[in-house]
Structure formats: C-alpha cells, structure tokens
Ligand binder design. Structure first.
Ligand code: NAD
Length: 416
C-alpha cells in the first residue's frame, strides 16, 4: 500500500469505539475498559507431525468483555494470525452481539498455521492441542468458540470431542458450527451468507433498486463468498465478478455460478483454472450495484476508495474497509453496510445452535431462517435509524448500537 494510512485493525476499531462512546455520553473510563479485551491468552501447542517431528504452533484466545454474558467467537487458522488481529476480532464480536441483542460478549481465537500445507491428522492433533491449551478459559457458559477463516465443522467436532473428554461429560454447547449429527444447527453453514443477503435486500430497498436488476461483485469465494454468490444468483441477481486469493473472474453478462461452485476447492479457490483473470484490486474497481468484500482485511483503502464504482458496499469480511476509505465512500454517497452488522448472521445462528444444545430440542431450517431474518432486519433498521437521525456514517452508527449494551452492563456490574 503506497499510502500512509493506519492499517492496524485494532487501532482503527479503538478509534471508532472511542467516538461511539463519546457520542453516547460515556467518559474515558468506559473507553479504558472497552478498548482492549479483558483477557488474552497466548498458547504454544506442540504437535507431532506426520514425519515424526514435533512442530510448536502459537495460538491465541481473546475475551473482550463478558459483562453481558459468556464470550463467543470463532477460531481462525491462518499464517497471518497475530495478537492485535485476534484482539480486534474479539471486539468486533462484542459489537455484533450488541447489535443483534444476543446475551454474549465477544471472543476470538486463532492459530498461526497454514491448513493448506497440513494433513487431516495433523489438523486434528492441532485442533485437539489448542483445546487442551485453552480448556481452563473456555466452556459452555464461559466462552464458546466457533468456525472462522479456514476452520470448519470437522474441526469443531474434534474440538468438542476433546473438551468433552477433558471435562468427562458430553458438552455440545461448548462450541458451535458443529456437524448436524453432533448437535449442529440447520442453517449454520450458510448463516453468514444468508445474513449478507438479508442486508443486501435491505440496502437495495433503501436505494429503490430491485434485486433482479442488480449487478453483484464478490471478493472471496470461501464459506461466506461462495454461498452468497449462490444465493444472489438463485434470487435472480447478476453475479458479474468473483475472486479468490489467486485472482478474479469478471463477465458483465454474469458468471456461471453453479459451474464455479462445482469446481472450487475446499479452501475457496477456483480462478487458477482460468487463463483470463483480473487482479483482486481490479475486480473491486469494476462498475456494479453491490460490492461485497468477503475475503480479508484492508481491501478498500485510501488508495482505491475514489475508484470504487459500486453504489452499495456490504462487508461480509471483517475489517475490509479502512476508516479513511469509509469516510470517502460515505462522502461519495455510497451506502456502506459495515462488517459488525452485515456479517453477524454467523454468530446469530451460532447463538441459535447454543440455545438448541442447552434445551436439547432442535429447530427446522425454516425456523432458523425466519428467526435470523427477524433479528437481522431489526438490526439493520436500528443502525440505519441512528445513521439517519444522528447524521453519522453507517460504521459509527453500528458501533453506537453495538457498544451500548455492553457499556450499560459493565456499569450495572460496577466495573466502571
Ligand atoms: P474462507 O477461508 O472460507 O474463504 C476465504 C476466501 O478469501 C477464499 O476464497 C480465499 O481464496 C480468499 N482470499 C484469501 N486471501 C485473499 C486475498 N489476499 N485476496 C483475495 N482473496 C483472498 O473464509 P470465510 O469463512 O468465507 O471468511 C471470509 C471473511 O468473512 C473473513 O473476513 C471472515 O472473518 C468473515 N466472516 C466469516 C464468517 C463465517 O461464518 N464464515 C462469519 C463472519 C465473518
């Protein structure tokens, strides 16, 4: 990046939390409490690799604030995981839970590793080792993990099994995103993408654009991006661009999404099969109605914000747009639906999964979807209302809604 803006996601989120608390009338003491997680554990996990040698991995678990209830958030397996990122992700989880009015605070975990270079058995040993390392800190009424980037229902199953063995009782509520046969919820796998489609519908309504006429570009073709492409395509929108870590595919007439889904691998890559590709930066700058960053952080920055030609940006990824870029997009009249609102479908259905585990009674896919729709439509309207009535951008509005409950709960508990 050739500009001088601050790309540290923790510092960026602290800036917005500070402003949100100030606008809500809270003082510096509340900011001091909420600017960092209450607890961050760093663990070293020795894993016997298939070649017989031991490799030691570094992992983290951050618990941002548990004033409202137990903390909740995914575990990410990625070579770029670092402590500041995990901290920021845990704060974003708190905000998502606040916006969606869930009885949780935010948590997040990560391991520095590259699952693409590891065997199935090595991944199992790493997943179990991570749970052993953090087992004192987590639990069904303490901190509840879930999947995130490059983790899936199989990894959740190993983690749940390891926790149940340590505690010597069956503990399905320890983790969400499990396979259905182990107490997973219908609709969890597709929940983030479903939630993003609900946000796209709401944003299109505000702009008076019918979904059938909409042209959509999605960066990232993993769990969030690929299901979203399918939902958009099936709903009659034209998906004209998709991308993965290797590059992007673009066709203004619309891409054959079913074909691409059929050819993608389990890490969400497909573009390597094609000769004619664009770069990830180029795809972001193509003309479209809706742009959905669904890959990684810091993709829309001071460098390219002026060249984004979408009228609506819906952030499926966490932290894809910098604060400076948010300002530019807002000034240019782009309707930006921020990550802490747009990508909350995953944690909402994770909450539903945990509720079903706790009551031992399971819901149909329709029940899950209807409840998700109700929560997310309400969240969108609440945030949009703060944005319109207080004259703040959508990100700040979402932070104001998201931080309020945890600040109130912290005050009632006498922490501030
Ligand atoms: P994933 O690992 O399934 O897929 C990631 C996708 O991004 C892949 O297509 C990959 O090729 C692509 N990618 C990776 N690096 C890239 C780069 N440098 N440039 C362009 N593309 C790149 O991950 P996911 O679960 O789909 O998550 C994607 C984003 O959505 C993350 O920011 C994640 O935190 C966020 N998110 C996911 C969920 C969920 O339930 N999966 C929930 C909330 C938020």
């Amino acid at each position: 990046m050739a500009n001088s803006e601050n790309l540290n996601v923790l510092q960026s989120t602290q800036t917005v939390i500070h402003e949100a608390l100030k606008r809500l009338g809270y003082g510096e003491d509340m900011y001091e409490l909420l600017k960092e997680p209450l607890r961050v554990l760093t663990v070293r996990i020795p894993v016997r690799m298939d070649d017989g040698k031991v490799k030691v991995f570094t992992g983290y678990r951050a618990q941002h604030n548990d004033a409202v209830g137990p903390t909740k958030g995914g575990v990410r397996f990625h070579p770029d995981v670092n402590e500041d990122e995990v901290k920021a992700l845990s704060i974003w989880m708190s905000l998502k839970c606040g916006i969606s009015d869930l009885p949780y605070g935010g948590g997040k975990g990560g391991i520095i590793c590259d699952p693409r270079d590891m065997s199935f058995r090595e991944l199992e040993r790493l997943s179990r080792g991570y749970v052993r390392a953090i087992s004192q800190l987590v639990g069904p009424s303490k901190d509840i993990p879930a999947p995130d980037v490059m983790t899936n229902s199989q990894i959740m199953a190993w983690m749940m099994d390891e926790y149940s063995r340590i505690r010597e009782f069956d503990a399905p509520g320890f983790i969400t995103g499990k396979p259905l046969v182990l107490g997973g919820s219908h609709g969890r796998e597709t929940a983030t993408a479903k939630g993003v489609t609900i946000m796209i519908d709401k944003a299109l309504q505000k702009r008076g654009i019918p979904l059938q006429d909409a042209r959509v570009i999605i960066q990232g073709f993993g769990n969030a991006g690929s299901y979203l492409a399918k939902f958009m395509h099936d709903a009659g929108a034209r998906v004209i661009g998709i991308s993965d870590v290797h590059g992007a595919l673009y066709n203004p007439e619309g891409l054959d999404i079913d074909y691409l889904l059929d050819r993608r691998d389990s890490f969400g890559t497909v573009t390597k099969l094609f000769k004619e590709t664009l770069t990830n930066q180029e795809i972001l700058e193509q003309e479209c109605d809706i742009l959905v960053p669904a890959a990684i952080e810091n993709q829309i920055t001071l460098d390219n914000a002026e060249r984004i030609r979408a009228g609506i940006v819906v952030e499926a990824a966490n932290g894809p747009t910098t604060l400076e870029a948010t300002k530019i997009l807002t000034e240019r009249g782009v309707l930006l639906v921020p990550d802490v609102l747009a990508s909350s479908g995953g944690v909402i259905v994770s909450y539903f999964e945990w509720v079903q585990n706790n009551q031992g009674y399971y819901w149909t896919e329709k029940e899950v979807h209807d409840k998700l729709l109700e929560v997310m439509e309400k969240s969108f309207e609440t945030v949009y209302n703060v944005h319109s009535t207080r004259g703040v951008d959508m990100r700040l509005a979402a932070y104001m809604v998201g931080v309020r409950k945890m600040a109130e709960a912290s005050r009632f508990r006498g922490w501030v």
